[in-house]
Write a protein that binds this ligand. Sequence first.
Ligand code: NAP
Length: 279
Amino acid sequence: MAHNKFVMAGVMGWPVAHSRSPVIHNHWIRQYGLQGAYGLFPVQPGKLEDAIRGLPALGLAGCNVTIPHKVDAMKLMDAVDPLARRMGAINTIVVSPEGALHGFNNDGFGYIQCLRDAKPDWQANAGPATVLGAGGAARAVVLSLLDEGATEVRLINRTRAKAQALADEFGSGVQVYDWDERHEALSGIALLVNTTNQGMHGQPDLDIQLDRLPQTALVSDAIYIPLETPLLKAARLRGNATVNGLGMLLNQARPAFKAWFGVMPEITDELRQAIMATF
Ligand code: NAP
């Protein structure tokens, strides 16, 4: 992408005012001395098609899509990346020079990368992984763990049928346990991931006992408000290494920025501080 051109992108969501994506992308635009801007687009559900069809006409390089548009936006693409197709949702649109719309999903990349940032020698096949939750974040986490070589993912959701549907789709590497079995399902694992909303600001703590969790297991939470959820605090106090959700949020933005602005951006302490200042 030409560096002398003013490049515009943004995020479509409803509501979207809370999105941290403008802070992230505008920080990188300044850091790399680029000409461009990243904005917020409040797009009502019934207006998604008009908004997406308008991207090439407006000359945007692309945009992110967030709740509630991630699934519907995929149907409006001219081409969908195979990984996004398997995830069943997109979070990034790239407009080609000819005006074609390409859909991607970088949440899984963001998740794996945040583990590697915290633990450079992290390996998906180090042992079983237990994933709590079966919503959008869980899809990205489970699929990316399997793609990285995980051989046993124990999937546990309050509504078992949703976990079962994911397992049916993703194959024998995923085994479903009952919500009541969540405490026992921590024995012998190398990774515990919370993708439920429990422990998020304004929500109750995640109800789980960690006594069976090996001390060598890495514990990660997709939640980033607060940065240290009660789960991560309890894990840290008993000696487990922990990874919060901020790294996933920041890392998923990197491939999109590269596609629009031509630079693979780095995550600096300044960027982390800028985001934390918005909490
Ligand atoms: P979602 O699709 O709405 O899924 C929510 C999940 O939470 C479901 O599995 C749901 O279970 C479970 N849940 C809700 N209330 C519960 C309760 N009382 N007890 C047990 N489980 C409960 O949401 P999502 O998009 O996957 O997001 C989930 C979390 O991940 C949010 O906190 C979000 O902020 C975070 N997230 C972070 C990133 C990042 O970049 N760091 C990216 C995406 C999401 P049921 O199926 O039984 O309802």
